[in-house]
Design a protein around this ligand. Structure first.
Ligand SMILES: Cc1ncc(COP(=O)(O)O)c(C=O)c1O
Length: 384
């Protein structure tokens, strides 16, 4: 680690006490995020409601600009959301399912990607799930076969949350557009981990948030709607912040806001805006290309070490194909995660899987220490 890298690591006080490998769930709070939240608290304590006009609305719009910069979008293509689920509910509310009833989702997708569309079955939506043959990837041909002239949308992850596999989003967009369908991408697991330019991706809608790779904490998510798509959209899930003139307080008319703003709901969690902007600043300082290189280095050490120990992995072997999500099959993953926690490693479990996810601030030595603790857990379950 060079001096700058050490400085970035020291932004994360948790690294003094733990080997923190749960970043695809939540990156821990950094010093500058804490300072930013404290600034919010002072403004709130000292100014009360006046702080909306002196600080908070400005911070909110600055966050929109930050997010547009991260994605390569224009500011009018960005809506700020409380979470990804809220964004997807808004998107799912725009389709005419009587004309095109089918929505295609994969069985590896995060639950909310399916739920948002299952919930509009009474409006005619019918969700078809494509099934991963190896439980790691979903071949493009399966989407190609599922998408037809009656398909409203494909909604799927850019990176799958249990396998880290990176989908070819541009090819998916082409499959959708050939049939007149819309591509909705859940990019929660990709933005901040891999370089990505939304404008050239062909994506129509994209949702993501700040609590994972973007290091910005919970409470802020975003929705990208491509310019022309946003202007045509008529969501039925709406809120007063999503109209053209919210501060006109007109209860009698619904005049959709410009571009993606129409997907916004109500009063945002302001403390979260401050933390999110601090996280985005940190990511921008390091640079996503550098983050990606480090992710590959650290996660490959884990994958190679786990394979040497005889683990069955549920993520691609090749770092080019995945983010740093490393998943190992285990019959009692919750028990294994508790044992690792007692030994100073924080990771997570998903059904049948131990999930480890290093980030930029981790070290190779931490990967080796985690591997040394994992080995006896594998032996115990192999013997049992
Ligand atoms: C791919 C993916 N989508 C969505 C979510 C969660 O979305 P929400 O912001 O609605 O909690 C997660 C993880 O928390 C995720 O990994």
């Amino acid at each position: 680690m060079d001096e700058r890298e050490r400085a970035w690591r020291s932004e994360f006080p948790i690294t003094d006490r733990f080997n923190y490998l749960n970043n695809c769930s939540l990156t821990p709070l950094h010093r500058r995020g804490r300072k930013a939240i404290e600034r919010f608290a002072s403004e709130w304590a000292e100014q009360g409601g006046r702080a909306w006009y002196d600080h908070w609305i400005g911070e909110y719009e600055a966050l929109r600009e930050d997010l547009a910069g991260v994605l390569g979008a224009s500011v009018n293509e960005i809506a700020i959301e409380p979470n990804v689920s809220a964004g997807l509910v808004g998107i799912a509310s725009t389709f005419d399912y009587a004309r095109r009833p089918k929505v295609v989702v994969s069985d590896l997708d995060f639950p909310t990607d399916g739920h948002a569309f299952l919930a509009v079955a009474d409006r005619g939506a019918r969700v078809e799930f494509v099934r991963s043959p190896d439980r790691v990837r979903v071949p493009l041909e399966l989407f190609e076969r599922a998408v037809d002239d009656r398909t409203a949308a494909v909604c799927t992850g850019h990176v799958y949350f249990t396998t880290g596999w990176i989908q070819d989003i541009r090819a998916l967009a082409q499959i959708c557009h050939r049939r007149g369908a819309v591509l909705v991408v859940d990019a929660y697991q990709s933005i901040g981990a891999i370089p990505f330019d939304v404008a050239s991706s062909g994506v129509d809608y994209l949702v993501g948030g700040t609590l994972k790779w973007l290091m910005g904490g919970p409470g802020i998510a975003f929705l990208y709607a491509r310019g022309s798509v946003a202007e045509r959209a008529r969501p039925s899930a709406v809120g007063w912040w999503g109209v053209k003139e919210p501060f006109a307080f007109d209860v009698e008319h619904l005049d959709y806001g410009t571009g993606a703003r129409r997907f916004e709901y109500g009063t945002p969690a302001v403390a979260a805006i401050y933390a999110a902007r601090a996280g985005l600043e940190l990511v921008a300082e390091i640079g996503i290309e550098k983050v990606r290189e480090r992710h590959k280095l650290l996660s490959q050490r884990l994958v190679d070490g786990a394979l040497d120990q005889g683990w069955t992995i549920r993520c691609p072997r090749d770092a080019e194909e995945r983010t740093p999500i490393v998943t190992l099959e285990h019959p009692d993953p919750a028990g294994a995660v508790t044992a690792l926690r007692a030994a100073g490693v924080i990771c997570d479990n998903r059904p049948g899987l131990i999930r480890l996810s290093p980030h930029y601030f981790n070290t190779l030595e931490e990967m080796d220490r985690a591997l040394a603790l994992l080995e006896p857990l594998r032996v115990a379950h192999a013997v049992a």
